[in-house]
Design a protein around this ligand. Structure first.
Ligand code: DCT
Ligand code: MG
Length: 434
């Protein structure tokens, strides 16, 4: 295995690695010039990244390791470091062959010294000491548990940790004041931390379709996020709604929410929680200057759905609903359900599960940008915006694409057109899994 110290040194010194690398090869007279060197473009949006990549278990291990370090950095408010690890993990995902030795990584973009060190440890020892230590660290574990509560971000979790709150039990005992989102997050903690399946996403899609069609016939509903990229599970289900007539979509969300809340059944409505924000994007007022912050400018509803189990099983079941007793609840989080006002459930188990659902409404004129911006992956989106800004002097958001050189907006009615404006080959959703 190759000593990687020179990679690190040259990168620190800001030298182009490839030149130093050739020089080093000549110096050492190592006849490795023909060693496999993958030709991987540096931006994730220039690459096709399928879900099922060509890598071996070994590469999966190192990818997971880098993703864990990325997560740790993000949970420590070190986003720059987080992105660096995410980019490195994404390069491994895009490799056409399994990595068996460090020489194969020569000349690859986005692999910094730190990431290379981790990969080297895994190739040599099967694990990285740093990753194992991080995994076991009390702080990391506490941050994961606390930010795993819907509505709790890194700042809040850190404040709680400073107050010696590391677990759900300690949070409950502490008597901290929780906002409405956090209360719902705690109440449905177990459900929301269990991956949503494709079948559940489909069942939610049907309910959303019925709701939207009831209040705005002719509207179009598209699944976005991970499920559009072909993922089999997700942490939530995301939908984009539009209407072919510009303007008809305005004010849609409150109507959809009312419909969902008013579906009287044994389960009393489909929403356990919702927060709707109005569309605050105005091209004439906002201008192209703040592309990265436009994620949340659409009319949008963050919600927690109450998905009846029968919807995913495809058969309606007649279950007797009985009064909930503490004995019915089998988990810590479920215990709060009594407090949270949920009184009815079948003895022994719930007839439903809580699922996070995001609804986004876009005017048809912005639809292609919204679709592209909300399909992800998060890294793919970040890389698209970076490509637009750094390579094309353009500003890309989920609302619009602005050409800074021509000082004008570039219109598009499909994702293909946006890729073309950006000078990129079209990449279908199933290959945006960077
Ligand atoms: N998105 C983004 N940047 C963010 C958050 C979201 O570009 N900071 C975009 C890309 C994905 C999409 O919004 C939906 O977000 P998530 O649901 O968080 O991502 P996902 O890919 O759908 O992941 P999961 O399958 O876990 O839901
Ligand atoms: Mg999602």
């Amino acid at each position: 295995l190759l000593d990687i110290s020179w990679y690190t040194e040259s990168m620190r010194a800001g030298h182009p690695v490839e030149i130093l690398h050739r020089h080093k090869l000549q110096e050492q007279q190592v006849n490795e010039a023909e060693a496999v060197v993958f030709n991987i473009p540096s931006y994730a949006c220039q690459r096709r990244t399928a879900l099922d990549n060509h890598n071996t278990v070994l590469t999966f291990v190192s990818q997971d390791a880098l993703s864990l370090l990325a997560e740790n950095a993000e949970l420590s408010d070190e986003d720059g470091r987080g992105v660096a690890f995410r980019r490195a993990a994404a390069v491994l995902k895009a490799l056409p062959e399994p990595v068996t030795g460090m020489t194969q990584l020569r000349g690859l973009p986005c692999l910094g010294g730190h990431s290379l060190r981790v990969i080297k440890d895994i190739l040599e020892d099967g694990a990285s000491g740093e990753v194992e230590l991080t995994k076991e660290s009390e702080r990391f574990k506490a941050l994961k548990v606390l930010t795993g509560i819907f509505g709790v971000g890194v700042k809040t979790a850190e404040r709680w940790i400073r107050e010696q709150i590391h677990s759900l039990q300690q949070l409950q005992d502490s008597g901290q004041t929780l906002n409405r989102a956090q209360q719902a997050g705690l109440e449905h903690y177990d459900d929301l931390n269990q991956p949503v399946t494709k079948a559940e996403a489909d069942a939610i899609g049907e309910i959303v379709r019925e709701a939207v069609m009831s209040v705005l016939p002719g509207a179009q509903i598209t699944v976005i996020g991970g499920f559009r990229r072909g993922k089999l599970t997700g942490h939530d289900v995301d939908f984009l709604v539009t209407h072919p007539e510009e303007g008809r979509e305005v004010g849609l969300m409150p109507k959809v929410v009312s419909w969902l809340e008013s579906q009287f059944s044994a389960l009393q409505g489909f929403l356990l929680y919702q927060k709707t924000t109005r569309n605050s994007y105005l091209e004439s007022k906002d201008g192209p200057a703040r592309p990265a912050s436009n994620m949340d400018r659409f009319e949008r509803c963050f919600s927690i759905f109450k998905l009846p189990e029968e919807e995913t099983r495809g058969t309606k079941q007649t279950e007797t609903l009985t009064e909930n007793t503490p004995e019915d609840t089998c988990s810590l989080a479920a215990n709060w359900q009594v407090k949270g006002g949920e009184q009815m459930k079948p003895a022994g188990h719930k007839a439903w599960r809580a699922v996070r659902v995001d609804l986004v409404v876009s005017p048809i004129s912005q639809f292609a940008f919204a679709l592209l911006g909300w399909t992800g992956s998060k890294l793919f989106e970040r890389e698209l915006r970076r490509w637009a800004g750094h390579e094309k002097a353009m500003s890309l958001s989920s609302h619009a694409l602005y050409d800074n050189k021509q000082s004008r907006y570039l219109r598009a009615t499909s994702e293909e057109e946006i890729f073309a404006h950006l000078g990129l080959d079209y990449i279908p959703p199933s290959e945006r899994n960077a």
